[in-house]
Write a protein that binds this ligand. Structure first.
Ligand SMILES: C[S@@+](CC[C@H](N)C(=O)[O-])C[C@H]1O[C@@H](n2cnc3c(N)ncnc32)[C@H](O)[C@@H]1O
Length: 159
């Protein structure tokens, strides 16, 4: 079993933050990932053939200062869209036919409806999850969505 966490941060989502089957990536050296990189361009040392991709990208432009930026880094909205699309493409490339992706999202700034197409365009098919929040709801929601790597060659590679 090979697992790739594309956006490790402080690994708050993990029960075992040092799980031996996981390769932790992040562009911020201060969070001490296994490999520091921009996940839009995965270096060769990341490897390939992952069974599970875990993707918890930035979801909000919270400004460059403050607690949110300290914990999760700072990204502009354009950066967020580009990171989701580019990283999903790279995840497709280093995946294999049976790879699954667990995608985490909070819709406080950008709705899940807007980001799912970015994943689809990069070769990932949403299977199930918390679904789209109901209209008229005011609270932001954190959701997990499970996706599978489509069999076609959208991203041009992989096993
Ligand atoms: C929402 S936080 C992840 C939180 C983490 N999953 C946790 O449990 O603590 C998003 C992370 O993605 C990283 N990130 C943002 N853009 C990136 C990129 N283009 N390449 C690599 N890492 C990126 C940020 O540095 C940040 O740590």
């Amino acid at each position: 079993m090979k697992i790739l966490d594309l956006s490790a941060g402080h690994r708050h989502i993990w029960f075992n933050t040092k799980h031996p089957l996981v390769t932790f990536l992040d562009r911020r050296p201060e969070v001490k990932p296994d490999i520091v990189c921009d996940t839009r361009h995965l270096p060769a040392e990341v490897g390939s053939g992952f069974d599970l991709i875990v993707f918890d990208p930035p979801h909000e432009n919270c400004g460059p200062n403050g607690n949110m930026a300290r914990n999760y880094g700072h990204s502009t909205r354009a950066d967020i869209y580009d990171t989701i699309e580019g990283s999903a493409k790279e995840a497709y490339r280093v995946g294999k036919a049976t790879t699954l992706m667990a995608f985490k999202w909070n819709d406080c700034g950008i709705s899940l409806k807007k980001v799912i197409p970015l994943l689809e365009a990069s070769g990932w098919e949403p299977l199930f999850g918390h679904g789209f929040p109901k209209p008229g709801r005011h609270k932001s929601e954190t959701t997990w969505v499970m996706l599978m790597r489509r069999a076609d060659e959208l991203a041009g590679g992989g096993e």
